[in-house]
Design a protein around this ligand. Structure first.
Ligand SMILES: [Mg+2]
Length: 209
């Protein structure tokens, strides 16, 4: 079967990158890492945070958003990303019997590919699918891979769960990323697990959830 993995927050911990970038763009922010992520995991958007806590105008917010998108994949920030511990062993094990894919909404395909290479993962995945913000994840998958209802999509956001559901495949939400359990529950994933490492492959393969 095919297993589709989101990248940020699912296979790698991108939280330090996002927090540090936020701090660098919002000079008077005294939010701690945990305070920032408590807000984000409750699905409070940057716009809400900046308008309510930092008195940003809409124009200031728009400038923030532009800078955010232009800096978020810069090498200096990407260097803060780290794979979740133990993930490579899991991926190696899974790749023996299944086709593994990364599906990410990153803007830059080349940067995503070189980051995956830097982790030594280049031979694990059948393909790395990067939307480059030109296409939705589900349509990119549909265009590239022949899917079956036994396949899985594993990700950390509501959008990831919606992607799996739009494709008619099974979905696992992980709590290692950008959203809390409370924020993910309304999307009704088939399973919710703390991290990808909690994926019980025998169970998912035998469809015993
Ligand atoms: Mg993600």
């Amino acid at each position: 079967m095919n297993i589709f993995f989101d990248l940020d927050g699912t296979l790698i911990d991108s939280r330090p990158r996002l927090y540090q970038l936020f701090q660098s763009l919002v000079l008077n922010s005294e939010l701690s890492f945990h305070q920032y992520w408590d807000l984000k995991r409750d699905k409070i958007s940057h716009k809400e945070i900046l308008l309510s806590k930092f008195n940003y105008s809409n124009e200031q917010y728009n400038n923030f958003e532009k800078k955010w998108m232009s800096e978020i994949e810069l090498e200096k920030w990407l260097q803060l990303d780290t794979p979740f511990e133990g993930i490579v062993d899991l991926l190696m094990r899974l790749s023996k019997n299944h086709s593994l894919f990364v599906v990410t909404a990153r803007q830059s395909e080349s940067t995503a590919l070189s980051q995956i290479k830097s982790f030594g993962w280049e031979n694990i995945f059948t393909k790395v699918l990067v939307t480059q913000q030109q296409q939705e994840k589900h349509s990119l998958i549909k265009d590239t891979v022949e899917i079956t209802p036994e396949d899985w999509f594993i990700g950390d956001t509501g959008k990831d769960i919606q992607t799996g559901k739009l494709l008619g495949i099974r979905t696992a939400a992980v709590l290692s990323g950008f959203l809390s359990k409370k924020s993910l529950l309304p999307y009704q994933p088939d399973i919710i697990i703390n991290t990808v490492l909690d994926l019980n492959i025998d169970k998912i393969t035998n469809r015993k959830l």
